[in-house]
Design a protein around this ligand. Structure first.
Ligand code: CA
Length: 237
């Protein structure tokens, strides 16, 4: 990784030091703010390539902060291509989902290890780089899966997989951001429409269909991972 700047907003100094040390070890440049007020000052000074934000800050509500950043044209808004990784405690399940729905890109639940942190950071920085390239990627490769977005053809190990239109849209939505979580509400809104965001059973049923067609063992999925109570992610193993 090149020396990209990562803004860490975390009031727990032990966690902040651990995150900063993990990032420095792979050549990233961490900048630490222990309050939302300091983070705002840092953001006036520089634009990071990634933001890692704790949800429990002493001077701000994490979800409100993300909403503020993602509001187009807001005074302290981040450029939309800068990804946000949220750090949450186990007791913050609802805040975590609200943060993702407000525009955070992924989350880590404390405690987490350096390996898990760096895997998320790498995936997010890679996608941020891709999203600044002008041409949308026509063919997506995720492990042995190939999605051709022009022809809407899906292949697994070179063999065609026949998907219904809904199944295709669900898989394509997840494949656009491999490794990144999407909440139930985001998937329902994008695949079925905003008026269907409470129809959780649609997702369960169609995820079952997709797993039956794509996974060798649908009970032990390799690609379509459940994030319990949150949503799903397509892992690019
Ligand atoms: Ca905290």
């Amino acid at each position: 990784m090149s020396s990209e700047t990562v803004l860490i907003i975390e009031d727990d100094s032990a966690i902040a030091q651990f995150v900063a040390a993990s990032l420095s070890a792979v050549g990233l440049r961490p900048v630490h703010a222990d309050t939302a007020a300091l983070a705002r000052l840092e953001l006036q000074r520089m634009t990071p390539q990634l933001v890692i934000a704790d949800l429990g800050l002493p001077d701000a509500d994490g979800v409100a902060l993300i909403t503020e950043w993602r509001r187009a044209g807001g005074a302290h808004s981040l450029p939309p291509q800068v990804p946000i990784l949220v750090l949450s405690a186990r007791v913050q399940e609802l805040e975590k989902i609200a943060a993702l729905d407000a525009g955070a890109d992924d989350y880590l639940t404390k405690p987490f290890g350096a390996g898990e942190l760096l895997a998320r950071v790498r995936a997010m920085l890679r996608r941020a780089t891709l999203s600044t390239t002008p041409q949308p990627v026509a063919v997506l490769h995720i492990g042995a899966l190939t999605l051709n977005r022009s022809t809407r053809c899906v292949q697994l190990d070179g063999e065609p997989v026949h998907l219904s239109p809904i199944e295709y849209r669900l898989l394509e939505r997840l494949a656009r951001i491999p490794g990144q979580v999407l909440t139930h509400r985001q998937l329902l809104a994008d695949v079925w429409g905003a008026e269907q965001i409470d129809q959780l059973h649609y997702l369960r049923i169609y995820m079952g269909h997709l797993r039956a067609k794509i996974e060798t063992d649908p009970a032990q999925p390799r690609y379509l991972q459940t994030e319990l109570g949150v949503g799903y992610r397509l892992t690019d193993v």
